[in-house]
Design a protein around this ligand. Structure first.
Ligand SMILES: Nc1ncnc2c1ncn2[C@@H]1O[C@H](COP(=O)(O)OP(=O)(O)OP(=O)(O)O)[C@@H](O)[C@H]1O
Length: 288
């Protein structure tokens, strides 16, 4: 990890007890032939919005799955509010998941249900609340995302940006302490992206939750996060810091990523023969 990541730039990273989630020397692979995350350590601070940025395939979604207890690390520990997650302990998993809201990449709404019923779904599944109370809660959550007036619409009638906000209302239905967002801005136009970003920040602050988002969208993440982690292949942490620290970094790898420069330490092109050679525009002799 780059030296500037924490102390060198003088930022005050909260003390250890402030971490809601701790990734402690975690190694994981979907099968034994390939390690996806290698000896990864990270902390997600309580009450903060943390963004994990990184190129496609570096293991960001995998990290969320480990926190959600979908998979277990082959080495190391994932600690949620002081409890080591044990995916074989069903009672613990149920209890921890109850405290967690997840917004998936493409919303994953039930298209045959209304907006209202989508948001009501976790409340009906996970609680014994009377229907009148569920109604109030659903309308409150929809109000929080600006869509109370859309409660009776079918999912097929709403735009992509609205769908994302409905999914967000559903993710916060049970007042989670941790909200995890998987690519919350993917496929949104610029305005919807701005709305979604502001909403993530507002909900975090209003509800006192801890938010963790993984994304490729650098400007949105920089605008709303307290802390930014740049991850690379194998779960290597390139750098982490406040958005201002990351933007001011002179490290070539960080600069390339946060400024979207096509070439730098991470090459745009996958290794390939010279173009002329590949297109058959040089003779056999020249090739040799
Ligand atoms: N269920 C799975 N089984 C086997 N391999 C998987 C599985 N899910 C992901 N992978 C592999 O693990 C690696 C990391 O995937 P992951 O989805 O965590 O990356 P990511 O950083 O979230 O990528 P993206 O930004 O494209 O969503 C990829 O090479 C992917 O092909």
């Amino acid at each position: 990890m780059r030296a500037f990541s924490t102390q060198a730039l003088g930022s005050v990273h909260p003390v250890s007890s402030a971490a809601l989630i701790e990734i402690d020397r975690v190694t994981f692979g979907y099968d034994s032939s390939r390690t996806i995350l290698k000896d990864l350590s990270l902390r997600f601070e309580r009450g903060k919005v943390t963004a994990v940025l990184g190129n496609s395939g570096c293991g960001k979604t995998t990290l969320l799955r480990l926190i959600g207890g979908v998979h277990a690390p082959s080495q190391g520990r994932v600690v949620f509010d002081g409890e080591v997650i044990d995916i074989h302990n069903r009672e613990q998993l149920y209890r921890l998941r109850r405290r967690l809201g997840m917004l998936f990449q493409f919303g994953a709404l039930f298209t045959d249900l209304s907006v209202f019923d989508n948001v009501a779904f976790p409340l009906r599944e996970m609680t014994d609340l009377p229907e009148a109370m569920i109604r109030d809660l659903v309308l409150m959550k929809l109000n929080a995302v600006g869509l109370r007036g859309a409660a009776s619409l079918r999912i097929s009638e709403v735009s992509g940006g609205m769908a994302r906000r409905i999914a967000l209302a559903r993710a916060i239905a049970l007042d989670p302490e941790l909200i995890m967002y998987d690519e919350p801005f993917a496929g949104l136009d610029l305005i919807s992206m701005g709305v979604a970003a502001k909403l993530i920040r507002t909900l975090n602050d209003v509800t006192g939750a801890t938010s963790l988002l993984i994304s490729h969208d650098v400007p949105e993440c920089m605008a709303i996060s307290d802390w930014v982690v740049l991850m690379a292949e194998g779960g290597r942490i390139v750098a982490q810091g406040t958005p201002a620290e990351m933007m001011a970094s002179t490290d070539p790898e960080v600069r390339q990523f946060v400024r979207g420069e096509p070439d730098g330490p991470v090459k745009f092109h996958y290794p390939a023969p010279q173009p002329l050679q590949d297109y058959g525009l040089v003779s056999q002799g020249e090739r040799a």
